[in-house]
Design a protein around this ligand. Structure first.
Ligand SMILES: [Zn+2]
Length: 325
């Protein structure tokens, strides 16, 4: 049997804290329409007690009704689950995370260099966590200034130890019209009001500035196969599950032009194989996938993962957009 890992403990703690929070706060929850289309959705499932809707127009999935912004702040500040997540985040080997982020940063900078109107002055990484992404940006020596911003003080202190310019807060810390690049990783799915947030990002960017958003793809392969059992469906921490089309629509509504949409995720097939082998996912109704996941040859599954990437069906996506007045 596989030994119990820190990840297993975190997953169990997340559920316990979420169920407890739901019981205590459900009477204060507020109803939310589709964060992209402002229309009502259809109920699809519960997770840890929290109800989730799906939009028939754009396929975004969102937690509804959901906790107020104030109670979410309280949850992040007090829940054992959030504390454990932050302690894992800040203790994770930054150089290993940099290796994961480096290809993304290289690809982003290659995109920016193709735009002769782009000025590589100030880059801001929001929800910077342990600072690995901001450090990758800084080490490229392309931007004059790289700033890491996170609402968690422990994360900001870790960023400062890495010699990053770092501050506590969110997009409000950026002076209007001053940033040339805003990046965020695994952050937008946490936000109470993502549209308002993107409008603030738009205001904070200089003309010809860019935004790069990496987040889960709610229409990705493992989401589709596992539904609410996907480890990424984790209320009240995650509230919004966009897809390549719906996040693009939201960015356009906030004023942006879409530059690139990709799903470079590499883990979908591994996650599904792991859940299938552990007996948590039945593929009896899908002989194609059952054969694929049972096959002895890993190379076939790697090819299938490449197919998911190319066809924008991986569960991890990146959207790059531009402010062009
Ligand atoms: Zn919608």
């Amino acid at each position: 049997m596989r030994p119990i890992s820190q990840q297993d403990i975190l997953l169990a703690l997340r559920e316990t804290c979420a169920v407890q929070f739901f019981k205590e706060k459900q009477d204060t929850f507020v109803n939310i329409q589709c964060p992209v289309c402002d229309v009502d959705g259809n109920f699809i499932y519960f997770k840890y007690g929290f109800s989730h809707d799906k939009c028939q127009k754009c396929c975004t999935v969102w937690c509804n009704p959901r906790p107020t912004e104030a109670s979410l702040v309280e949850y992040y500040a007090t829940s054992e689950s959030a504390k454990m997540w932050t302690s894992i985040l800040v203790s994770t080997d930054t150089s290993r995370k940099q290796l994961q982020y480096q290809p993304r940063v290289d690809s982003l900078i290659a995109t920016l260099k193709q735009d002769l109107s782009f000025i590589a002055d100030k880059a801001v990484d929001l929800g910077a966590g342990s600072g690995a992404f901001a450090l990758c940006l800084q080490n490229k020596d392309y931007f004059s200034e790289v700033i890491a911003i996170d609402f968690d003080e422990d994360c900001v202190n870790v960023c400062k130890q890495l010699q990053l310019k770092a501050m506590v807060g969110s997009v409000d810390q950026i002076e209007e019209g001053s940033a040339n690049l805003i990046t965020m990783n695994d952050m937008i799915e946490h936000l109470f009001d993502p549209k308002d947030f993107l409008e603030r990002c738009y205001s904070s960017l200089a003309n010809n500035g860019y935004i790069s958003i990496a987040c889960p793809n709610g229409e990705g392969f493992d989401f589709k196969l596992m539904g609410e059992n996907t480890v990424n469906i984790v209320p009240p921490e995650h509230l919004n599950y966009f897809n390549p089309d719906s996040l693009s629509m939201l960015l356009v509504k906030a004023g942006f032009q879409i530059v690139a949409v990709e799903t470079p995720g590499i883990l979908d097939v591994e996650i599904v194989k792991r859940e299938f082998k552990a007996g948590n996912l039945s593929l009896d109704n899908n002989m194609f996938l059952k054969t694929l996941m049972s096959h002895n040859d890993d190379a076939i599954r790697r090819q299938f993962q490449s197919f998911l990437q190319v066809t924008k069906q991986s569960s991890h996506m990146v959207v790059i957009a531009k402010k062009n007045l």
